[in-house]
Each structure stands twice: as C-alpha cells, then as structure tokens.
Design a protein around this ligand. Sequence first.
Ligand SMILES: Cc1ncc(COP(=O)(O)O)c(C=O)c1O
Length: 390
Amino acid sequence: MRKAKRIAAIPPYVFAQMDKRKKELIAKGVDVIALGIGDPDLPTPEWVVEDMGRAIQKPPYYRYPDYEGAAFYRKAMADWYRHRFDVELDPANEVVALVGSKEGLAHLIWAFVDPGDTVLIPDPAYPVYRTHTLLTGGDPYMMPLLPENGFLPDFDAIPEDTRRRAKILFLNYPNNPTAAVADLDFFRRAVDFAKRCDLLICHDNAYAEMTYDGFRAPSILEVDGAKDVAIETYSFSKPFNMTGWRIAAAVGNAEAVAALGIIKTNTDSGQYTAIQEAAASAFDHDPEAFFAKMNRVYKGRRDVFVDGMNALGWEMEKPRGTFYVWVPVPQGQTSGGFAQVCLEKAGVVVTPGAAYGPNGEGFVRVALTVDEKRLREAVDRLAKAGVRYR
Ligand SMILES: Cc1ncc(COP(=O)(O)O)c(C=O)c1O
C-alpha cells in the first residue's frame, strides 16, 4: 500500500492513543479514573431525546438532508444567537449546519488555505486547526499562549511577513486546553487585527455555555463589524452533553459560510435531519436553566479538584470557563512524564500538555468528567503516590 505523504506529517491523534492505553489498563483490572478526554459524563436533556424519538418516525428525514442544514435548524440557531448574544444572523446565508464543529473547523481550512499559506494557530490548542493546516499544505504559525498573558495570543508579536501570508486566525475562548476565558475587549482587538491584516478569524466557541463565578462568555460576533471578518462555530456537544450526536453550526461572515458550504456539499451531504430537529428542540426548554444546572455540577467538581491539588502544594486559581483544569507539572518533570506517573502510580488518566503544542509543555490537562467522589479519590491516590507540586 502506498499512502499519501501528507499522512506522514500528521502526529497520531492523542486521544485515540490515550484511549488505547486506558483500555489496556482496564483489561488488566486497574480501576482507572479517566480525566483525559473532554467528553461529558452527564445525560443529554430528556426533551432532546424525546424529540429525537418523534423525529426518527418522519420518513421525509430518511432522504438526503439539505446540504446547508434544514431551514428550521438554521432559523433556530439565528434565534438563539439573537437571544443569547444579541447578534442578528440571516439564516439563509449566515448559518450552516455542521456534523459537529470539528468537521466545520477542518473543512473551513480546506476552503481557505492553499499550499504555502500561513494559518495563525494558538499554541497550545485543540489539535484540528494545526492538523488540517498541515493536510492542506499550509504553514502553521504557532502563537504562544502564555500564563503571563492570561493565555491570550500577543498579536503585536506576529512578524509582518507572517501577517501578510496569513489567511486564517484561529481563536477559542473559553479555551481548550488552558481553560482561560476572554472578554469582548480582547475580541475587539482581534477583529481590528484581522481587518488590518485582511484575514478571516475563526472563533471556536465550543465552550460558550460552560462558565463560572459570574463570567459570561461572549460571541466574537458581538463586536461591531465582526461579521466583516469572522466566522464562529457553536456546538451542542459540550453544553447539552451531546458529543455523540455530531451536531453544530458555523455562523457569521456570509462569504466564509458559503465557501465552507462548497467543501461540505462535496464531502458530507449534511447531518441527519432528525438530529437537527432534536438539536433545535434543545433551545425550546429553558436552555439557560439547563446550563446553570450543569455548571453547578462542574463548579463543584472544579472546587474539589483544585482545592485538593492546592493542598498538595499547587497554587492554582480556579478556572472560569470550560470543564478543564490546566495543571502545571512539578518542577523538573515533563508533561508526558508527569502524565505517566499519574497513570502508572495512581491509575489517573490526564492529558500531557505537549500534545496540544510546544507551549503546552509544563502542563497536563484534567477533564472534570467524573463525579466529586471520584475526583476526591483521584487526588487521594495522587497524594498516596507521593505526588506533590513542590
Ligand atoms: C476547542 C474545541 N473545539 C471543537 C471541539 C469539537 O467539538 P464537536 O463535538 O462539536 O466536534 C472540541 C472537542 O473537544 C474542542 O475542545
């Protein structure tokens, strides 16, 4: 078999590797506490499941879906953006349904990036931005996200010739993996930068609804004039516990939405209309009350974990967004080495930060996807294994 050269450029997908190792340990009888993958353990809202039961009975949905998403789904997204962010969207040309936001983020790169084009990518980041840039023959420029800058990129540090070659700027706040949040003022600066450099911003807003301590995550489209240069992805996966359903949307700049649509019509033929109907119904039953309930659960878990680790010598602040904690590794250890200690000595799976980019080195990511009791046990096991920050 002679595979394409571009495949060799792609590092193994970190979560697939971790899943393999976790399964090996479970098969050996180890009671593994899995804090590696950002996959909610809580159930999809019951009204969404009930709606799906009805939608699945509708024969028109057994045929090919509309490529760009059903009109009712695009309208539901536009209605939600008006209610949630005070952003007006034209459902006809500023909204496209996605088979999960991962799909849309990947295909957007194919719509914009020619070989040799630069893509501005946060470091560390969700791996898809970089991987698909490499697959298209593009050139990833990694923007360091550093603790001293609140894990926000420094646009002024991007060299002039890189700006000229750049086609897309990826942003993602609340952020995976650092759990940092950004306010509207940051997005204003980003929009201003994009206008000066004539590039498209893609804001990945997968964690918009997962915030704590009074923080409310904005949409980049709340910035005046953002629609001239920005597209945003919004996903049902994390806020509604629907990772398996594969449903999201890209909204914003009409030209970018149309370009993404061209790649999608030639690739995936859209998402099953019954899933679009069930997802749209998620907005019908006081979604904000549902998010508040979920966020109370995650906040409780966050507090148990961060307080527990701080008792072992860490000095972490509590993150105000996502369901991750970005944990600095003890001095003298690498993120991979520390993740291995957690797994082999305590049966606790965490993700090495280096898997998200060179500036992820020095951290591991913990996903708060088990209940408080299990998190307490995870911290106890780490303590018993002699793990301390200093
Ligand atoms: C930052 C970020 N973007 C996108 C995704 C993918 O979400 P979806 O399930 O909508 O494809 C994830 C999933 O972990 C993520 O962390």
